[in-house]
Design a protein around this ligand. Structure first.
Ligand SMILES: Cc1cc2nc3c(=O)[nH]c(=O)nc-3n(C[C@H](O)[C@H](O)[C@H](O)COP(=O)(O)OP(=O)(O)OC[C@H]3O[C@@H](n4cnc5c(N)ncnc54)[C@H](O)[C@@H]3O)c2cc1C
Length: 436
C-alpha cells in the first residue's frame, strides 16, 4: 500500500503521481476511458480541473447511441436512478409537427435519456472511481511532460490544491479528454482543422410546464431576421424536458455561412423563444441562470488522434457528429476504443511494438466514423445553402417515411447486419464515403 491512500465509495484512491495511464479531463470521454481501463486492472489517474458537481454547457440530451455506451458500462438508466427517458424526436418546421420514435434496432436501445450534465458527469466520474480509477479533482493540467531524449510524452504538468502548487504526473500513455479547449493537443502542435465544420451552441434552463416531455424536440426554422422574410440559418433550436420542472432550451448553428460570424446567439435565442407559445413558459421571469454557450468541434476537426504517446478522445479530437451536434456518445465511444488500444499496447514492452498498437487507435477511429463524418460534412455544406434548407423543411417533413430514414442517418443508428433497406443504404453510403 502506498502512503496517502484513502477509501471512498469502496474504491481505491491515493496520491501517487505515477500511473499506467493518465487521463486528462473527467467529462464523458475521460470518465469512460478511465472506466474501461480500470476494469482491466490498470492503474489509471483521472485528472480534472474542476470540482464536482460542476456545470457543463450542454443540451443534456442523450440519443440511443449514448444510452448504449452507458448500458455497456453497467450504469442503471432507470427512472429510479434519476433519468428521464424519451421515446424519440419531435421535429417542428414548415408549419408541421412530426413525432419520430427512435428506430427499433437489434444493435441499439429504443430509448434516449435526459439528465443535467452537472449530475451526469459526476455520476460517470464516480462510476470510473468505483471501477478502480483514481480521480483527482481541482487539478489543472498545464501541459505535457516530455522525455528529454526521445521527445515522447511521459506524463503531464499540473497545478493542484488550494495553493495551486505545480505537480508532475508520470505515465507511459496519456489520454487527452480535455474537451474543446484541447490544451494538451495544442501544446503538441495539433491545431484545429479549418477544412472541418465547427458549430456554436447556446442554452438556458427555464421553469416550464413542458418539463415532463418524453420526446426530444427540435425546431428547424431559425431565421436570420424576421420570420419567412429573411434567410433560414443552418442549425436548429431544441427543447428538452428535464423532468424536474425545467426545460433545457437552446440552439446550435454551423459555420457554413457568413451569418456564423455575425450572429448574436443570445439575441437569436431570445427572438426564437419570443415566437413560441407563451404558455410554454420560456420567458425571462422563468429563466434559471444566464444564457451560456460553447463551441461544437465536429467531424474530426483536430487530427492526428495519436501522437507522441498521447491519444485524443471526444471533443479534444473534434468528434461531435456534424449531422446533429451530438457529442457525448462519441466521447464515450472513442474513450472505449482508446482504452482497448492502450490495454493491448501496455501488454507489450515499451518500444516499437507498443507504438504500433497505439497507432491502431486513430486507424480504428477513422474506420468507425470516417465515412459517416464525410457524409456529415457534405450535409453541412448543403444546409449552409438557405434554399436547400428551405426545400428540405418544406418537402422533407411531410414525408414520414423519408423522415424516418433521415432520423436514422442523423442519429447514426442502423443495424450493421440484417437491418432493413434503409439501414443497408446508409451503411453502404458510409462504407463508400472516403474516411479522411
Ligand atoms: C450548448 C451545447 C449543447 C450541447 N448539447 C448536447 C446534447 O444535448 N447531447 C450531446 O450528446 N452533446 C451535446 N453537446 C456536445 C457535448 O457537450 C460534448 O460533445 C461533450 O461534452 C464532449 O465530452 P468530452 O468528455 O470530450 O469533453 P467535455 O465534456 O468538455 O469534458 C472535458 C473535461 O476536461 C476538463 N478539463 C479541461 N481542461 C482541463 C485541464 N487543462 N486540466 C484538467 N481538466 C481539464 C473539463 O473541466 C471537463 O470536465 C452540446 C454542446 C454545447 C456547447
Amino acid at each position: 500500500m502506498t502512503t496517502g491512500m484513502t477509501e471512498r465509495d469502496g474504491a481505491r484512491t491515493d496520491d501517487r503521481p505515477d500511473a499506467d495511464v493518465i487521463v486528462v479531463g473527467a467529462g464523458p470521454g475521460g470518465s469512460a476511458t478511465a472506466y474501461h481501463l480500470a476494469r482491466t486492472g490498470l492503474d489509471v489517474l483521472l485528472l480534472e480541473k474542476s470540482t464536482f458537481p460542476r456545470e457543463k454547457v450542454c443540451g443534456d440530451g442523450l440519443t440511443p447511441r449514448a444510452v448504449r455506451s452507458l448500458v455497456e458500462m453497467g450504469i442503471d438508466t432507470s427512472a429510479e436512478a434519476g433519468w428521464l427517458r424519451n421515446r424519440g424526436l419531435r421535429i417542428i418546421g414548415g408549419g408541421l409537427r412530426l413525432e419520430l420514435p427512435w428506430p427499433e434496432l437489434a444493435s441499439w436501445p429504443d430509448y434516449g435519456l435526459v439528465r443535467p450534465r452537472a449530475d451526469f458527469d459526476e455520476m460517470l466520474a464516480r462510476h470510473a472511481v468505483k471501477a478502480g480509477a483514481r480521480l483527482r479533482e481541482g487539478t489543472t493540467v498545464t501541459g505535457p511532460l516530455r522525455d528529454d531524449r526521445t521527445g515522447r510524452v511521459v506524463g503531464v504538468t499540473a497545478r493542484a490544491g488550494v495553493d495551486r502548487a505545480p505537480v508532475d504526473f508520470r505515465a507511459p500513455v496519456v489520454v487527452a479528454a480535455d474537451g474543446n479547449s484541447a490544451r494538451i493537443a495544442l501544446a503538441l502542435g495539433i491545431r484545429r482543422r479549418e477544412d472541418r465544420p465547427l458549430g456554436v451552441a447556446v442554452r438556458r434552463y427555464y421553469r416550464s410546464p413542458r418539463s415532463g416531455d418524453d420526446f426530444l424536440e427540435s425546431h428547424l426554422e431559425l431565421w436570420e431576421g424576421p420570420p419567412r422574410q429573411s434567410r433560414l440559418l443552418p442549425g436548429y433550436g431544441w427543447i428538452f424536458g428535464m423532468g424536474d420542472g425545467t426545460s433545457n432550451v437552446g440552439l446550435g448553428m454551423l459555420n457554413t455561412t457568413s451569418a456564423f460570424q455575425n450572429t448574436d446567439y443570445r439575441d437569436l435565442l431570445h427572438r426564437w423563444l419570443a415566437a413560441l407559445p407563451p404558455e410554454w413558459g420560456y420567458a425571462e421571469e422563468n429563466a434559471l441562470g444566464p444564457v451560456r454557450g460553447s463551441a461544437l468541434p465536429m467531424a474530426f476537426n483536430r487530427t492526428p488522434h495519436y501522437q507522441d504517446g498521447v491519444l485524443l478522445v471526444g471533443d479534444a479530437g473534434g468528434m461531435v457528429n456534424p449531422f446533429n451536434g451530438e457529442g457525448i456518445a462519441y466521447a464515450m465511444e472513442s474513450g472505449r476504443i482508446a482504452a482497448e488500444a492502450i490495454v493491448l499496447a501496455l501488454a507489450r514492452g515499451s518500444g516499437p511494438a507498443r507504438e504500433r498498437a497505439l497507432e491502431r487507435y486513430p486507424e480504428i477511429i477513422r474506420e468507425t466514423y470516417g465515412g459517416y463524418y464525410t457524409l456529415g460534412r457534405l450535409f453541412v455544406q448543403l444546409i449552409g445553402n438557405p434554399t436547400v434548407m428551405g426545400l428540405g423543411t418544406r418537402y422533407g417533413l411531410p414525408r414520414p417515411m423519408l423522415m424516418r430514414f433521415v432520423l436514422k442517418i442523423m442519429a447514426n443508428l442502423t443495424d450493421p447486419r440484417g437491418g432493413d433497406a434503409s439501414d443497408r443504404l446508409i451503411n453502404a453510403l458510409t462504407r463508400l464515403a472516403p474516411t479522411t
